[in-house]
Design a protein around this ligand. Sequence first.
Ligand code: ADP
Ligand code: MG
Length: 387
Amino acid sequence: DPLTQINTLLPGSTIGILGGGQLGRMMSLAGTAMGYRFITLDPTPESPCGQVTPQIEAAYSDEDAARKLAAKSDVITYEFENVDAGVAALLERESYVPQGSSLLYTTQHRLREKRAIEAAGVPVAPYREITDLQSLTKAAEELGLPCVLKTATGGYDGKGQAVIRTADELETAYRELATSVRELVLEKYIAFQAEISVIAARSPKGEIKSFPVSENVHVNGILHLSIVPARIEESIQREARKLAEKLAESLGLSGLLAVEMFVTEDGRLYVNEVAPRPHNSGHYTMEACATSQFEQHIRAICNLPLGDTTLLSPVVMVNVLGQHLDEVVKRAGAPDDALNEFGVVPKLHLYGKNESKTGRKMGHINLLCKDVQHALDWVEQTQIWRQ
Ligand code: ADP
Ligand code: MG
């Protein structure tokens, strides 16, 4: 139809990215290879994305800067959820934002997000809205302990949440979290056999494709490993991809949707949270799939045919955090011969962040392998990830 044709952006078009972090950097590296031009808006001088594209250096809430970005871009995308509502509205008025702002609005808030997932007929862990200590006590009785208390907004990498195991921990957890944000949500703690994620793409013309299931291991609330193929039953993996595609359809997605799920011991799936953008647990696709999540994101927002998502090789992605960086950089030029026995091919990606801090995501390594166990042994043997 004519609308679809209008909204198809061919190579040569300029893509504006709100946010200049590693996701923007990898989006623009993939899109540049396809012939697109990029510009990013980010307050950090020489941001990870700004090192590879022109950058407007300004606060995310700066409307004049957003207007400049819109003027230079044929299409706008973002690399994080917490886009200022005023800026989002301005960009939609003055440019083309195929992802829209309504999905941002939904995923910025855990309660709105859970309601939208339930409305799509997809299960989430039992939860309650918490407004004060009294409602928390009542909710904990109804759900039964252990539970996880989370701030409704602003949380990431395990921040803004507390596990509650006994009733006498309720008040401390409440006082700790309610200081920053008023609205909280209490979730039943899910004793999972695995955490997995699926990244689904949908283009404005309605084509949908999902990537293979990633099995995710977190340490201290931060993603440590993605293991693909996931070590769970095939039928569960098929179900997980179906759920992610159903969500993409139901949310009217344009772009990518990362869907984090818990797999219970008895093989049931609960969606934990979703993100309307490329995701850390999809970095494995960069060398291991026929199309990377970043290329797929560009294809989806530009309304191109979506790329093939076939897995070309088993892979383990390991995150390089601040505390791992020095050792990883040191060894990048001198691979350890002792590790060759595993037949693992490590592909290093660093984000060029100016400041390294414990727990900060500085890069990742995709370990291509014959069997994921070889790559897991490689990670263990390097001793880099033991702290
Ligand atoms: P974030 O935005 O920080 O990623 P998540 O809700 O994904 O927040 O929580 C981070 C991690 O904490 C999850 O990946 C999981 O390991 C653990 N977690 C969160 N909620 C639950 C839950 N209801 N049951 C069990 N573990 C949970
Ligand atoms: Mg998460």
